[in-house]
Design a protein around this ligand. Structure first.
Ligand SMILES: Nc1ncnc2c1ncn2[C@@H]1O[C@H](COP(=O)(O)OP(=O)(O)OP(=O)(O)O)[C@@H](O)[C@H]1O
Length: 243
């Protein structure tokens, strides 16, 4: 990283920010473009979180991260937009911690917090007879280019095929999609799914997930025009990916 950036006090950054990164030797594209190994690239980002010392007033805990990233995603999902949260980074950098977190309340990561908020929002609409909401989940891992269903009731770990639907785009053929009605349901399914994940120790993480995981929530809202009885169904997807 450029010295001028690595020496920055990340705590002072607010609002839209830019980060300049010097590309490393792996960056073949930079070489081909004539920029060489030291081509400077500029990336834009909205937030930078610091979570080293809990006693520091600038410490960003799981709640802080959820408020900055998860809340908007949920609002948009209820408006009918598909959304995706993608965690990417070096082994041991905190991807699983950010997505799932620990089982203590304050340690819950984005997924449990988002699911809790989603069911609270659904409950708050329970008096509305014109709206019915259905929630289903699927969970898969991609390991050595093979796709496995982590919620397969038979636990067979068979390889699933990725196919292309002419309207909906790519999908995994035969992936289980299970209905849930509370965060506890999701939590139980996820714990079962996590037991099937491919985990091994790396030098930097004793329980490193060696595969990519994709957790999918399918939110279906059916709006019924009470006077005419006509139903309109909206499906949308919330994807959580961990590299
Ligand atoms: N912000 C944080 N606060 C406290 N502990 C953290 C934080 N981020 C990560 N950790 C801890 O660091 C360790 C490694 O984190 P984690 O397993 O989330 O990494 P990862 O990026 O998912 O790694 P891998 O790619 O190897 O699976 C875990 O013990 C986790 O609890």
């Amino acid at each position: 990283m450029d010295d001028s950036v690595s020496n920055y006090d990340f705590n002072q950054w607010t609002g839209n920010q830019y980060c300049k990164i010097l590309t490393g030797p792996h960056d073949g594209g930079g070489d081909r473009a004539g920029g060489g190994r030291k081509a400077l690239k500029t990336f834009a980002f909205d937030h930078c979180f610091w979570s080293i010392d809990e006693n520091n007033p600038k410490f960003a805990g799981q709640d802080h991260v959820f408020n900055a990233l998860g809340k908007d995603v949920l609002e948009r999902a209820f408006e009918g937009y598909n959304a995706c949260i993608f965690a990417y980074g070096q082994t041991g950098s905190g991807k699983s911690y950010t997505m799932m977190g620990t089982f203590q309340d304050t340690g819950h990561g984005i997924i449990p917090r988002l699911c809790n908020a989603m069911f609270s929002k659904i409950d708050s609409h329970c008096d509305d007879e014109s709206l019915a909401v259905k929630v289903e989940v699927s969970y898969m891992e991609i390991y050595n280019e093979k796709v496995h269903d982590l919620l397969d009731p038979k636990g067979s770990k068979q390889n699933l095929k990725v196919r292309e639907h002419n309207i909906l785009g790519p999908y995994v053929d035969g992936l289980s999609q299970l209905a849930v009605s509370s965060f506890e349901d999701i939590d139980n399914l996820m714990s079962e799914g996590n037991k099937s994940r491919t985990v091994a120790a790396t030098n930097m993480n004793n329980e490193s997930s060696r595969s990519h995981a994709v957790f999918n929530i399918i939110l279906t809202q059916t709006l019924t025009d009470i006077s005419s009885g006509v139903e309109n169904e909206f499906n949308n997807y919330l994807n959580f990916l961990k590299e």
